[in-house]
Design a protein around this ligand. Structure first.
Ligand code: ADP
Ligand code: F6P
Length: 465
């Protein structure tokens, strides 16, 4: 495949990875894939990314209606670039240093090397003047590298996770290189206006760049920094919940869970997601006698994620012990109070779970957006169900009028909020759900992508969008 795509997405992962149990391909984990895959299918471009397996050399292929162009990563690069600099350095630094970031020069060198490989792969597949959309924190150097190789391209970058304030970003030993990497783009997109403001402030302080509002003047170009809150594929979810088999499955799940109030958590197993705080608060409600076994049950689904990174291994053990302890103390024979499933599900099962849940519990300690919260809202056409949502999820900016907002560090506050959500009357549920649905339906993933790409296609110097 060479120089033929008018539209290229570059992301660390391809939208599919290998299904080790059943063979073949399955959807890769995480919000990035949920958001970009529908855009990609409708635009018929090329997706440049890694297959998820070390040392795998693959030719370009088509899967699930998408043209995929694999980029190799050696086992050592997976360790140093992906598990290392991306997920042991950038991930914790950009999420409020919830875990201590590791600063290691060999990891940084691998990050530079792999970013170069992605830039070269994108340069090879993009047609003259094509649009190239680079995704997320793993590839922050790609915009500048790609511009050097192919100055004819229109380059966009979108960061799916939070962008930290100056006081935190300042820790980064390679802070200049990262900002200069991002400034290779014509448009740098963030989830929230606060993140775009952090970026502009950093460019001014660290690089002495001039800026006018959110336009940064850099090397005789203007780089726009803007917020584009990402969203969900409302059409896909609507189609799923209309299927009779999904509705039957939702009824079946409710019956299997014992007929009480169903609380649901769906997350990658990640320390940013606040799963331990959620479990603690829920367990204490039984210890306090506020909830009785059989009256309420929590189904916690946790997708395996970054399993070789130490912090993720520690978290998994912690959660498994916590679930065992809470069930040991409060469950009755045959009816646990927490159902914990360390697995990932297909979209049908996920939609059925959303329909089965009375209370969706989304309590990250920090999250760029959180698509699970929006997926739940998109699925509740019946206007039933409540959403407990962390103030530290990007989604709280849009859903604050309808969600039960909570500070997940405040366990007493979390307990009160969970109870309020469990006890909400149907009329109150409907009132809140209506407000949230209006926002999500009007601002779905198609609109997000259209807004970003329209802004990217605008000539530099045009009025800000
Ligand atoms: P992140 O990008 O940090 O993983 P998001 O909430 O933004 O968080 O996105 C997670 C995406 O992954 C959502 O689209 C959600 O439906 C999907 N997902 C999360 N957990 C599971 C699971 N156990 N099985 C299948 N899909 C999941
Ligand atoms: O933005 C969230 C994100 O980190 C994506 O970049 C990533 O694809 C997804 O979560 C899942 O993480 P991983 O690719 O490390 O499994």
């Amino acid at each position: 495949m060479s120089r033929e795509s008018e539209f290229v997405v570059v992301a660390n992962r391809l939208p599919v990875d290998r299904d080790r149990d059943r063979g073949g391909w399955r959807r890769s984990p995480g919000g990035l894939v949920s958001a970009i895959a529908p855009v990609m299918r409708s635009r018929q471009g090329t997706w440049v990314g890694w297959s998820g397996a070390p040392d795998e050399m693959l030719d370009p292929f088509v899967e699930d209606g998408m043209h995929l162009c694999p980029v190799r990563q050696s086992a050592e690069e997976v360790e140093l670039y992906y598990e290392g600099f991306s997920n042991a350095t950038l991930w914790p630094l950009y999420h409020d240093v919830i875990a201590p970031p590791v600063y290691d020069r060999a990891m940084w060198d691998a990050y530079v090397r792999v970013n170069e490989r992605f830039a070269t792969a994108a340069a090879d597949v993009a047609a003259e003047g094509a649009i190239v959309w680079v995704q997320d924190y793993q590839l922050q150097l790609v915009p500048a590298m790609l511009r050097r190789l192919r100055p004819d391209l229109r380059i966009g970058f979108f960061l799916h996770i939070p962008f930290p304030p100056l006081e935190l970003f300042w820790q980064m030993p390679w802070r200049r290189q990262i900002l200069e990497g991002l400034l290779g783009a014509d448009l740098v997109g963030f989830q929230l206006p606060g993140a775009a403001a952090n970026f502009v402030r950093l460019c001014k302080r660290l690089l002495d760049a001039k800026s006018v509002k959110q336009d940064v003047h850099w090397e005789d170009r203007v780089v726009r920094a803007r917020a584009f809150p990402i969203s969900v594929d409302v059409g896909e979810l609507r189609e799923l919940i209309a299927r009779p088999e999904v509705r039957w499955r939702a009824d079946e799940i409710r019956a299997d869970l014992g007929g009480g109030t169903v609380l649901l958590g769906v997350d990658r197993l990640d320390y940013t997601k606040g799963i331990t705080q959620r479990l603690q608060a829920f367990g204490e409600l039984f210890a306090d006698g506020e909830l009785k076994p059989g009256e309420a049950v929590l189904a916690q689904i946790a997708t395996p994620s970054r399993e070789r990174v130490e912090q993720y291994q520690i978290l998994r053990e912690q959660i498994e012990q916590q679930v065992g302890r809470i069930n040991g103390q409060h469950a009755e024979l045959g009816s646990p109070v927490i159902h914990y499933l360390h697995t990932s599900y297909d979209r049908e099962e996920l939609a059925a779970l959303y329909l089965a849940a009375d209370v969706m519990v989304v309590t990250p300690l920090r999250d760029g957006m959180n698509l699970v919260a929006k997926e739940y809202v998109a699925c509740r056409e019946d206007l039933r169900g409540t959403l407990v949502l962390s103030e530290f999820a990007g989604a709280a900016e849009e859903l604050r009028r309808g969600a039960y907002l909570v500070n997940p560090y405040d366990i007493d506050g979390l307990k009160e909020t969970l109870l309020a959500a469990v006890r909400a009357e149907p009329a109150e549920q409907a009132r809140r759900m209506r407000v949230m649905r209006k926002r999500v339906i009007e601002h779905d993933v198609d609109r997000w992508a259209a807004d970003f790409l329209a802004s990217l296609e605008q000539p530099a110097g045009a009025p800000a969008v």
